[in-house]
Ligand binder design. Structure first.
Ligand code: HAM
Length: 419
């Protein structure tokens, strides 16, 4: 085959029809379950203001410093959204969603963009489904969010996951911890990676999220944040653990889990899977009690998570979970001659109006080729139409599974298809 002249950008992937059926199945499952959890869908634009993402996620995060696709046009700075927490909070503030009353329990499914080095489970355009519950500081909200996340994987049939849990505390806890962390890193400051050196003063917690080889020994021996939590944060964290235990949701505490964005407060969590290789996070999230205010709204607590759709699909593949049936069509009209083709074209809508799928040959092929095509399309029935059949209103109705044929009027055929 000739080399195509154009191809997708690095890390951006076409989702072809055979795969789209799997996506549609998962999306439908997520929507149905979201409704059961009383979540409402929110859709925001693919592009946001660069400033929103920088402020929301944090200047020193990998996403902002290395991975955003940003450009300007006229006086406006655009960024392809790398995640949806900050955009959803922006929408919440912009449209005064608090006026709807109660907590806003929102979910989304859609594409995100990060200029990362592509590898298995890591793309530059990828898709997330996620939840943001805005307006509650109750640990019940944290646990419902986690329960929904786990519920989706259970529903799909992926059970060998591990929930990692941590508390990154309130600002007070973090200030005390940052001091302790700097103290710990200080003697080895010169041995830290360049990026960690940069983060040392402004944002030492980010160092815990460093992937640089030279930082690892100092991360492993670092003090843990849970030893520095304020009374309020300890209480919140304990309640989250208690409610998770009540629900039978197992978790592993990981005191070094800080997540990739700066907006987190209190609860932080990640769902990991051994099926994924080095990119082992299926999903992640946590509380972000300061973000609404940071973006210009009233102080409003919030919690959420997002999950990678591609990684969910990889896990399904590993477990041989069949998400969608093979493509098929209920009825295929096989036509012989012009009159039959015209008849076919005008009778397809009548079949479709029954709520079943129907197609015909688009290429004027021989009967043999059309039968072959009906097989390829996985047709359940073929309706064979020629001049003779039209005159007699008797068509060959062929069951493609057992090859049995009957001569039936069109109204009888409709009756059969209806059943
Ligand atoms: P995140 O951990 O950056 O969190 O992303 C969530 C999930 O998206 C990851 O666990 C992973 O499955 C998937 N993901 C991330 N980057 C890629 C990539 N390059 N290729 C494929 N999949 C990827 C957030 O985005 C937060 N907004 C989550 C959140 C919501 N926190 C609070 N609310």
């Amino acid at each position: 085959m000739a080399q195509p002249k154009y191809s997708t950008h690095l890390g951006m992937v076409d989702i072809l029809p055979d795969d789209v059926r799997k996506w549609q199945f998962l999306e439908q499952l997520i929507r149905t379950e979201a409704e059961r959890f009383n979540l409402e869908e929110i859709r925001t634009p693919i592009m946001e203001q660069t400033e929103l993402i920088v402020r929301g996620l944090g200047q020193l995060t990998d996403i902002v410093s290395k991975e955003i696709f940003a450009f300007s046009r006229g006086d406006d700075n655009y960024v392809l959204r790398p995640e949806l927490t900050a955009p959803v909070v922006r929408a919440y503030v912009e449209h005064h969603l608090e006026q709807r009353g109660g907590s806003q329990k929102l979910y989304y499914i859609g594409p995100m963009f990060r200029a990362e080095r592509p590898q298995k489970g890591r793309q530059r355009q990828f898709h997330q489904f996620g939840v943001e519950v805005i307006g509650s500081d109750d640990p019940v909200a944290d646990v419902e969010v986690i329960a929904f996340m786990i519920h989706i994987y259970n529903k799909v049939g992926i059970k060998n996951t591990t929930l990692k849990l941590n508390s990154v505390g309130d600002p007070e806890s973090r200030d005390t911890y940052k001091k302790a962390l700097r103290e710990h890193l200080k003697p080895n400051f010169d041995e830290l990676s360049e990026i960690s050196k940069e983060r040392y003063e402004k944002n030492p917690l980010r160092i815990l999220d460093s992937k640089e080889e030279e930082d690892q020994p100092f991360i492993e021996s670092a003090p843990i944040i849970t030893d520095y939590l304020s009374e309020k944060s300890v209480h919140h964290y304990q309640k989250v653990k208690e409610y998770l235990t009540d629900l039978g949701i197992a978790f592993e505490e990981d005191p070094y889990l800080v997540r990739g964005m700066d907006y987190y407060t209190e609860t932080a969590f990640e769902l990991i899977s051994p099926d994924l290789g080095s990119q082992d996070a299926l999903a992640g999230g946590g509380r972000y009690d300061l973000l609404v205010e940071e973006i210009g709204g009233q102080p409003t607590p919030a919690v959420g998570f997002a999950a990678g759709m591609e990684r969910l699909l990889i896990a399904c593949d590993v477990h041989d979970i069949r998400l969608a049936d093979e493509k098929s069509v209920d009825a295929y009209i096989v036509t012989l001659g012009d009159a039959a083709r015209k008849w076919g074209l005008s009778h397809l809508p009548k079949i479709r109006s029954l709520g079943v799928s129907a197609t015909m040959d688009y290429k004027g092929r021989s009967m043999k080729a059309q039968m072959k095509d009906a097989n390829r399309e996985n047709a359940r029935y073929a309706i064979i139409v020629g001049d003779h059949e039209l005159e007699a209103d008797r068509f060959t109705f062929r069951d493609m599974e057992n090859s049995e044929e009957e001569a039936l009027s069109f109204s009888k055929i409709l009756g059969r298809l209806r059943n």
